[in-house]
Ligand binder design. Structure first.
Ligand code: HEM
Length: 148
């Protein structure tokens, strides 16, 4: 279509836009490519122009058309595509979803990682404390039996 704006990779929002050659598209721009002769989809924040793949898709053209111009990540993953299918994606890659349009999940991930760390810490600490208490109780028990 040609009206896409190449978002500057040197913006100042502090995100990882370091590669100057990468093209960034907004969701709105992707939405314009929602027909069988011009089909883009978003999968894991990457943009793919799958126009030439529509007729070849083993799962049929129809399912792809339903996702045209939209985020197909969930449908793509739900099907459980093979590694071959994932590798095929590479040839249709045209750019990245603009940072402002990505779902803000990074904070959640950090939170999950932190709580996981805390969990693994407590998994060994509780048995260790329990072992020490049992040890002390055992010593007292033995001492009492020796003296009586
Ligand atoms: C856009 C990138 C996609 C590529 C490159 C792709 C590629 C493939 C490939 C190679 C297969 C054969 C099985 C396999 O190797 O996993 C397949 C099957 C399938 N795909 Fe996709 N696919 C894409 C997107 C989608 C999406 C977005 C959907 C759902 C909305 C979908 C639905 C299916 C279904 C239902 C099958 C199973 C067909 C069957 O077993 O009869 N695909 N796809």
């Amino acid at each position: 279509m040609g009206e896409e704006t190449e978002c500057s990779a040197s913006n100042t929002d502090g995100s990882n836009m370091t590669d100057e050659s990468v093209k960034y598209y907004t969701r709105e721009e992707v939405q314009n490519h929602n027909m069988s002769k011009d089909t883009w989809v978003i999968i894991h924040d990457k943009i793919y122009d799958i126009t030439s793949f529509m007729e070849e898709h083993p799962g049929g053209e129809e399912v792809l058309l339903e996702q045209a111009g939209a985020d197909a990540t969930e449908s793509f993953e739900d099907v459980g595509h093979s590694m071959d299918a994932r590798e095929m994606l590479l040839q249709y890659y045209i750019g990245e979803l603009h940072m402002d349009d990505r779902k803000k999940e990074s904070k959640k991930e950090v939170y999950i990682t932190t709580s996981k760390d805390a969990k693994s810490w407590s998994t060994w600490l509780i048995p260790a404390v329990a072992a020490v208490i049992v040890g002390i109780m055992y010593r007292y028990y033995m001492l009492e039996h020796k003296s009586s």
